[in-house]
Ligand binder design. Sequence first.
Ligand code: SF4
Length: 294
Amino acid sequence: MKYHAQWEASLFELIRRTSVDLPADVEQGLRRAYKSEKKASRARWALEAILENVQAARDNDAPLCQDTGSLIFYFQVPVGFDTNALASATRMAVTRATRLGYLRQNTIDSLTGIPCETNVAHGAPVFYFEQCARSTVDVRLLMKGGGSENVGRQYSLPNTELGAGRDMEGVRRCILDALVSAQGNGCAPGVLGVCIGGDRATGYECAKSQFLRKLDDKSSVKVLGRLEDRLLKESRQLEIGPMGLGGATALLGVKIGSLSRLPASFFVSVSYMCWALRRRGALLTVRGGFKKWL
Ligand code: SF4
């Protein structure tokens, strides 16, 4: 197979799998939530419907949700690697996945309102490239639905309304406020990706990159790990529940990262990911050959 075709084939398979097959840890999280909710409750019913949907998508090789989301690709490549060629192969794979129905025609020109047939347009898909001392290519794909994107929030501390100062208690108040404000919108139960610090752009970038972490991954930074645990526990007491229908499971996880900041600003960026947390990674050779799923 020619170099470009090999790349396209591997990336197409990554997109297909990400779109139709919910990661095992997320599905397990949904199953645990189902068992933890009261019998005959609306929360249980909602989780049961979600789990049936997950299985149906897998069985029918069909997208997990009609909104196949923004496509965010994270590449780690060897030093000197041709990232232009990689971007071009990725765009071809996205086009093919759209034509075959693994991706909805989900991209619209913001100025004209005209839909794009291929999902390849200005700013779509989104790419992050990092050159590293390595001999293989690590690619991760995140598909981020629009409904969940709508309920993300960014705070600038101090925030008098929330009584939130520039400290960890202030950060905690912001994250809880984002969850309470969402009230299950954005298709709960979801995962919160949070960044403390950075600027308005890098804060959200870092917050979204937290969704690449598995649900059982606790931050190795003690203060952040403790806050992740505490917020997950506190979320259960809010009675928001799946889809905002009441119950304990508004969240499957909280993942918090941090960036340095300027003395003048202190941002807390909270990105919300719905239950359809579509993420998958692959390790590929420098010629695009598949090595293993990550
Ligand atoms: S928020 Fe998520 S689950 Fe809800 S419609 Fe959008 S992609 Fe689908």
